[in-house]
Design a protein around this ligand. Structure first.
Ligand code: SF4
Length: 382
């Protein structure tokens, strides 16, 4: 073991906080065994060592119309585009019903920044979903919420309060990276880091829990990744509102950024992912759950990540349109998630959006109707 490794090991075992320099050194290390052992030890201290949680959920992408044109996104269609759509409320409710009948309850509600949808449209949608089905609504990126506030001429706090009161249970903290130089390069029209932080802070204050994500592997450096994690950690010290951290790698196919990066750019590797998962567990000592991203890494690497500090396998993803627009598409039946977790030596534990344990799904849910796994075509022009 090298000098820096024994120093970091001592700190972790003593419960001392790792510094940014420690994190950079670990992310540059090639000693995966060391990282796995340390991250797994830490994971066992802070979560149930015998169980890996998962969730039965589906994405509902209520619209793909968006004017923001993030360079890493292949999902959006510009306003006026023939392929733009907004799902009617009835279609959203049908999708919720399919999920509930399949034993699930988490709806990840995501769309684009549609210039004609103001807060009343969102409130009606959330209320209709809650009235029709017992679903947990995990919805809207910070960019969507900022835009709803903007076009509805409301403060951030009032917007969040109204969305919460209409039924929004939690927010996916889709952050890409809270480093403005990276944001400027990959999503120049999105809100800056400070605004993302302010939105998360306000949501937590209003009792709306969130996750925090990190999309890495585009133009970011190792130092950027560490800066992002340290900012999330600092905010968590302040609010305690982050339930989980979810790192995932940039998928270039079909994005504007792919052409911009050019042939010299190389995608992040599985080594990168495992290092990041382990370092997230070690650095984010105040966030209880680290979630695997099997949608971007594939189920096998996600399974291995269970030995790198990850304690949650995410959602079954009955429908996923955003990442799959880039050509990445893994949709997994519940039985397969359970098999992967058991094969790694853990007990699969169904959970809700707040990470509270739920009873095992009914048998009918184990074999999902393949029809439910099909990505639905858009049904209404924007
Ligand atoms: S990532 Fe979100 S905000 Fe950016 S273009 Fe895609 S849909 Fe729009």
């Amino acid at each position: 073991m090298s000098g820096f490794q024994s120093d970091i090991e001592r700190k972790v075992l003593a419960g001392e906080r790792l510094t940014g320099e420690d994190a950079v050194a670990l992310l540059k290390s090639h000693d995966l065994n060391f990282l796995a052992a340390l991250a797994d030890w830490k994971r066992k201290q802070v979560t149930d060592p015998a169980r890996v949680t998962y969730n039965i959920g589906r994405n509902i992408n209520y619209t793909n119309v968006c004017w923001v044109r993030c360079k890493f996104c292949a999902f959006y269609r510009k306003p006026g585009d023939d392929e733009g759509y907004v799902l009617p409320v009835e279609t959203v409710l049908e999708k919720c019903g399919e999920l509930v009948r399949a034993g699930g309850r988490e709806v990840l509600l995501q769309g684009g920044l549609h210039p004609k949808l103001k807060i009343e449209w969102y409130e009606d949608l959330l209320r209709a979903m809650k009235a029709a089905w017992p679903v947990d609504i995990h919805g809207f990126s910070s960019t969507e919420i900022n835009y709803i506030a903007h076009i509805s001429r409301l403060s951030l706090e009032e917007t969040l309060r109204r969305l919460r009161d209409a039924g929004l249970d939690s927010i996916p903290g889709a952050a890409e990276m809270i480093v403005d130089s990276v944001r400027d390069a990959i999503a120049p029209f999105k809100e800056k880091s400070e605004r993302w932080t302010e939105l998360m802070r306000t949501a937590h204050r209003l009792g709306i829990p969130t996750t925090a994500t990190m999309m890495y592997g585009s133009v970011d450096t190792i130092e950027d990744r560490v800066e992002h994690m340290l900012r999330v950690r600092a905010l968590q010290d302040e609010t305690g509102g982050f339930k989980a951290f979810i790192p995932w790698s940039f998928a270039p196919e079909g994005t504007e950024l792919q052409a911009e990066l050019g042939p010299g750019w190389k995608p992040a590797t599985s080594f990168d992912y495992l290092r990041i998962a382990a370092v997230a567990r070690l650095v984010l000592d105040n966030i209880p759950h680290i979630q695997a991203s099997w949608v971007t890494q594939g189920p096998r690497i996600a399974q291995i990540a269970l030995k790198f500090g990850v304690d949650d396998f995410g959602s079954t993803m009955m429908e996923e349109n955003v990442v799959s627009s880039t050509g990445v598409s893994f949709l997994m039946p519940i039985a397969e998630i359970q098999r992967i977790i058991r094969d790694a030596g853990y007990v699969p534990q169904l959970r809700d959006t707040q990470y509270r344990p739920l009873p095992d799904p009914p048998d009918e849910a184990v074999l999902l109707d393949p029809q439910l796994l099909k990505i639905q075509p858009p049904v209404e022009r924007a």
